[in-house]
Design a protein around this ligand. Structure first.
Ligand SMILES: *[C@@H]1O[C@H](CO)[C@@H](O)[C@H](O)[C@H]1NC(C)=O
Length: 479
């Protein structure tokens, strides 16, 4: 099964671009029983009450019998075609004794709550419920994502943020897709727009999509505090919990870090991993999230030197992380076997059992870099000493400084010992064969990753549709 990478690359033709669709989950629909304080949609014997001060936009899909209805001071019903209300005279036999039921004053439903979004690679997957797992920061829409509010739905979202605006690529509301900044800000000014979106900052549409086939950094870390503020972490039940980049909680599972070349294609690779592994029965309960993140880099494990873009694969199995670790090893093995085709130059993984890989290409590259650095330093010192010794370079003489007597003595010692002329250690400094060797890194740029690139350019022409039904049929009145 692991020997069919090319066939799998072809499968990627089905994919879309490397941005995701993020769909808002809660709604303010009349038919959703979770919106009623009795947990049931009111029927013919019930009195329906909307809290007076709750400004809400309610979507109504069909007709409903009511006994009595108390409306809020401000709000709207968005009626599907054929939807409406009627009053039953006498008792409705299909309805219970009759209660007063109230439309719930929703708890704060914040844009930056990662639990309120679901992500998918395309609209089709969104509709079919093929959702993707993401770390918390990326569960909330990234700047290059398409945001979807369900077509037959209204909602109310609090867009308060510490930034003045929330940039996204596009927003779909009631089946209409807004892609231009001015058009959407016009919508925000309408009655529906004002009831649906409230809060200190405005969602702005028209942010560029992710053009980099290897993926883009989500860019939500500026809102990390707000995002993690609405997350409650379960206490992890494993030896060495891991904290993935962009996640709010320690988790049990495994993290694979991939170092990539220009030919790497995130969308293609995501599909490859899905087809190769996630369809296997033993990985049925696995949650896997894959994205480009900026990972702080440390020289020799402790000296920080900036950050670099890597592909982070977060694998959770909902248990102690044993299955996750097994999958991490499989992915690691696959990356080594087919790395040159996939544009992967190195990989490493950590598991919450405490085990990790360290003999990866990227780590090796770091080590090689460090070794080179040390060798160059050593060579410089040796060359300097050699030149000084040969008299080509003169050390500044410091006769007036009795505190440094070691310099002349070192000189005379060297001369006397006769190690000088072209002694062993000096030769090593010049002739170290490592300097002439090609880099130890695998040559990845020339690999045949072009197949992946051309497939993504096909897929980037993507298939999405705007449902025209609701524009035409929707009627709306304000109560
Ligand atoms: C009803 O609302 C809840 C919470 O907002 C949501 O999770 C659920 O999907 C909605 N039900 C339907 C049928 O849309």
């Amino acid at each position: 099964m692991l020997r069919t990478p090319d066939a799998l690359l072809l499968l990627s033709l089905v994919g879309a671009a490397n941005a995701l669709y993020k769909q808002w989950i809660p709604d303010t629909n009349y038919e959703n029983q979770t919106n009623w304080d009795h947990g049931a949609v009111p029927c013919g014997n019930d009195k329906v009450k909307f809290p007076a001060l709750r400004k809400v936009s309610v979507f109504v899909e069909t007709t409903h019998a009511v006994q009595e209805m108390i409306l809020p001071v401000d709000g709207e019903f968005i009626l599907n075609s054929g939807a409406g209300f009627y009053v039953v005279s006498g008792q409705d036999p299909d309805c219970g004794a009759g209660v007063t039921t109230q439309f719930k004053d929703s708890e704060s439903v914040e844009w930056f709550n990662p639990a309120l979004w679901q992500a998918a690679a395309n609209l089709d997957d969104l509709q079919r419920g093929n959702f993707l797992f993401s770390v918390h920061e990326e569960s909330v829409p990234c700047g290059y994502d398409d945001v979807v509010f369900k077509a037959r739905s209204s909602f109310k979202v609090d867009t308060s943020s510490s930034e003045s605006s929330i940039p996204v690529k596009s927003v779909s509301v009631l089946g209409k897709k807004f892609e231009s900044r001015s058009e959407f800000s016009e919508y925000l000014g309408t009655r529906s727009g004002q009831l649906q979106f409230h809060g200190s900052s405005a969602v702005t549409v028209g942010h560029p999509g992710c053009e980099d086939p290897s993926g883009c950094d989500c860019g939500n870390s500026a809102n990390r505090e707000r995002i993690c503020g609405s997350v409650t972490c379960a206490s992890p039940n494993c030896r060495k919990p891991l904290l993935p980049e962009g996640h709010c909680c320690d988790v049990c599972g495994a993290i694979v870090t991939l170092y990539t070349a220009a030919s790497f294609n995130l969308q293609t690779y995501r599909q490859r991993i899905h087809h190769l592994f996630l369809t296997l029965p033993q990985y049925k309960s696995i949650q896997l999230g894959m994205s480009k993140v900026f990972k702080p880099q440390r020289l020799m494990g402790f000296i920080p030197f900036g950050s670099s873009a890597v592909i982070q694969v977060v694998i959770l199995d909902g248990e102690e992380g044993k299955q996750a670790e097994r999958l991490a090893r499989d992915i690691s093995k696959d990356a080594r076997a087919h790395g040159s085709n996939l544009g992967i130059t190195g990989d490493e993984f950590q598991a919450s059992s405490g085990s990790s890989s360290d003999q990866s290409g990227a780590k090796a590259a770091t080590v090689v870099g460090v070794v080179f650095g040390v060798l160059i330093m050593a060579a410089l010192i040796v060359v300097t000493v050699f030149l000084v010794h040969k008299g080509v370079v003169r050390m500044p003489s410091m006769p007036s400084m009795p505190s440094m007597p070691s310099l002349p003595s070192l000189r005379s010692l060297k001369r006397d010992s006769g190690v000088g002329e072209l002694g062993g250690p000096l030769d090593h400094g010049f002739d170290n064969p490592m300097f002439d060797q090609p880099n130890a890194l695998p040559d990845v740029l020339g690999s045949n990753g072009t197949g992946a690139n051309s497939s993504i350019s096909l897929t980037q022409s993507g298939v999405y549709f705007v449902n025209p039904v609701y524009d035409d049929n929707e009627t709306e009145f304000s109560a």
